[in-house]
Design a binder for this molecule. Sequence first.
Ligand code: NAI
Length: 361
Amino acid sequence: MAHEVVLIPGDGIGPEITCAMRRVVDATGAAISWRVEPAGAAQVERCGTPLPPETLDAVRSVGVAIKGPVTTPVGTGFRSVNVALRQAFDLYACVRPCRSLPGDGSRYRDIDLVIVRENTEDLYAGIEFEAGDPAVDELARLVERAGAKGFRPGSAISIKPISEEGSRRIVTHAFEYARACGRHKVTAVHKANIMKATDGLFLRVAREVAGSYPDIAFEDKIVDACCMGLVTDPAAFDVLVLPNLYGDIVSDLCAGLVGGLGMAPGANIGDGCAVFEATHGSAPDIAGKDIANPTAEILSAAMMLDHLGEYEAAARIRAAVGSVLAAGEQVTADVRRAQTGSATGAVGTRAFADAVISHLG
Ligand code: NAI
């Protein structure tokens, strides 16, 4: 029987890269029944929300989805569809492998890292108060009563909740992943020297959880030093587990180590639901031009196929992507530019997908 999967094309480059991804998956012969559902700014006019209830219902009933990126207005406007989906289905673990592929255009070789990002808490919780909101004055009084140092009048406030439960389950996920995948070390990344309450809690729990996994090495790193270490000696890292915001930032850094955002896949995993998507956003600067690199989305589909037990199809996709990149003749503009300094001779999104399909063993 076919596996039902919800496909959310998203916006920006989303429709182009998800179309490429779907063609590649279908070409493997894996039995997938796609249920296409919308999300994004265009839905606001139609039904008053960027994440329509029927899309949420579909993801809830099917339990597996793959999505393209969705644009989030900066500073004002509706809240992120991506964050809303992660919170709605408690997709607490964002798993983003970053592996070098020959021909990926990166100046680094042999990168093999996995980011495990907490997906539901931290400054992404969406608990925010605009400057001038009376709630800010109330908060100021509360802070004063608690005897803590106050904040300037007129401040805007974003709240950073980090819980023991949230920290325990993400660190446990990182260790279980490390054990299942034969990884040797987990690094907990934090800023507990400054945020002693929130990041301090995350670190304390990480150390406790690490005690239950004597077979896996554990270390912790302050996020700024970790970033420096990742660019100077990436081989010193293996699995990294991070609270939400650091996880977001360090994911893009690690994507840069393997050729850029067009190369970095990901999965958002909860207990009863999984949503697969590339690390990158909707790339409005290149949308609709057939030049986006669909590799990250195609590799996200390979992660999805593994999740569905379609291991052979997943392996064939990874091998085909690897062959096309290694051959170096049919690569998208981002990769060609990284390799040669110019996009001359690059192929488009569709042609890249054609090349991957023709290399499927
Ligand atoms: P972005 O990741 O969309 O783009 C950053 C840079 O990388 C741009 O120059 C873009 O052209 C390039 N790029 C990204 N993906 C590429 C690909 N597949 N092939 C070739 N080049 C690629 O980040 P940006 O510009 O900060 O965000 C744009 C929008 O995407 C924002 O509204 C943001 O909120 C949203 N976003 C959505 C995400 C999601 O849906 N999961 C994740 C991150 C951002």
